[in-house]
Design a protein around this ligand. Structure first.
Ligand code: H2B
Length: 99
C-alpha cells in the first residue's frame, strides 16, 4: 500500500530507539510482556485487543499463564513492518503496567 509503506530496516531500528523491549524479528515487531499472574495477563491482552479494534490494526497475540507475546506486522504491506506497527507498539507501551 503506497499510503502505508513498509519501513526499511534502518527506519525500524531508528523507531526502536524510542521504544522499550520491542525487537525487529522476521518482519514483525515483537515484545514479551510478563505479569504477576494470569488475570493481569488476560486483562492486558483484552486492552491490546480493544486498541487494535479502535485502530483497525490487529496484532498476533499469544498467552501462556502470566505472559503475553505481541507480534506486529502489516498484512496490507505484504507482512512487513510499517508506521502503523510502530504506532501501535507505542500505544501498547503507553498503557502497559509492566516493562
Ligand atoms: N491488521 C494488520 N496487522 N495488518 C493489516 O494490514 C490489517 C489489519 N488490515 N487489520 C486491516 C485489518 C484490513 O484488513 C481492514 C480491511 O482494514
Amino acid at each position: 500500500m503506497t499510503q502505508n509503506p513498509a519501513l526499511s530496516a534502518a527506519e525500524i531500528e531508528d523507531a526502536l530507539q524510542s521504544l522499550s523491549g520491542w525487537v525487529h524479528e522476521d518482519d514483525t515487531l515483537v515484545k514479551l510482556f510478563e505479569f504477576s499472574n494470569f488475570r493481569e495477563a488476560i486483562s492486558f491482552l483484552v486492552r491490546v485487543a480493544f486498541e487494535a479494534e479502535a485502530r483497525d490494526h490487529h496484532p498476533e497475540i499469544s498467552n501462556v499463564y502470566n505472559r503475553v507475546n505481541v507480534a506486529l506486522t502489516t498484512h496490507d504491506a505484504g507482512n512487513r513492518v510499517t508506521g502503523q506497527d510502530v504506532e501501535l507498539a507505542r500505544a501498547i507501551d503507553s498503557f502497559s503496567w509492566v516493562e
